[in-house]
Ligand binder design. Structure first.
Ligand code: ADP
Ligand code: 5GP
Length: 200
């Protein structure tokens, strides 16, 4: 069986990662999304064990010590980490795994797993990014300013990614990501086991 494809998706905060990934999920495209641990407070509408596993800092630090995470980072003062098991259990079954993580973590995953495909979502304009970030209604003025500044720094990391997808219209954006995943799944490294079986 071919090993599954690991897809890393990043975007500046508020660009629309959650919206696009939810739309991808609603299309008939089959993929598994990793569920990260975080120490940040749960937002309205989020569910523990679905959006994130919400844990306290002591538990998070213990898990770091125990080598539980494939990667982790501190973002806006909160810990976020991807449990190794979240990735391995699906890749071993040949399933496509999607990680929605920020730029530092994406860089770490690329070093650990160079075969991963990385996609960077960007807004159609900075004005639109501001509108989306404010429109979500989850930010105070102070946290908005902080996130918008972080977003600009994150955008400067675009050259590190394999693909850049503009999140203008959600459906177009979803189609582009599907095309990327389908094409990447045909690379020799992804199809190696299949070819080896043919030659056996
Ligand atoms: P992120 O997960 O990157 O922080 P969200 O998915 O929460 O961003 O989106 C931020 C806001 O932008 C939300 O209010 C969402 O409805 C809106 N949004 C996302 N994508 C689009 C889009 N393509 N067109 C218009 N609004 C969008
Ligand atoms: P939010 O607080 O808006 O849900 O997430 C903040 C940032 O942390 C987003 O860019 C999100 O993609 C990223 N993030 C979520 N989970 C992880 C993770 O496990 N590892 C890393 N490195 N970043 C994560």
């Amino acid at each position: 069986m071919n090993k599954g494809l690991l897809v890393v998706v990043s975007a500046p905060s508020g660009c629309g990662k959650d919206t696009v990934i939810n739309a991808l999920r609603e299309s008939d495209f089959k993929f598994e999304k990793t569920i990260s641990d975080t120490t940040r407070v749960m937002r309205e509408g989020e569910t523990n064990g679905v959006d994130y596993t919400f844990i306290d800092e002591t538990t998070f630090k213990n898990r770091i010590e125990n080598g539980y995470y494939l990667e982790y980072t501190v973002y806006n003062g909160n810990f976020y980490g991807t449990p190794k098991s979240e990735v391995e259990k699906h890749l071993d079954k040949g399933e496509c795994v999607l990680m929605k993580i920020e730029v530092e973590g994406a860089g770490n995953v690329r070093k650990l797993m160079p075969e991963a495909v990385s996609v960077f979502l960007v807004p159609p304009s900075m004005e639109e990014l501001e509108k989306r970030l404010r429109g979500r209604g989850t930010e105070t003025e102070e946290s908005f300013k902080k996130r918008f500044e972080t977003a600009k720094q994150e955008l400067a990391r675009a050259p590190e990614y394999d693909y850049i997808v503009v999140n203008d219209e959600i459906s177009k954006c979803v189609e582009k990501i599907r095309n990327i995943i389908e094409t990447e799944g045909l690379r020799y490294c992804a199809m190696k086991n299949f070819v080896d079986d043919l030659l056996r």
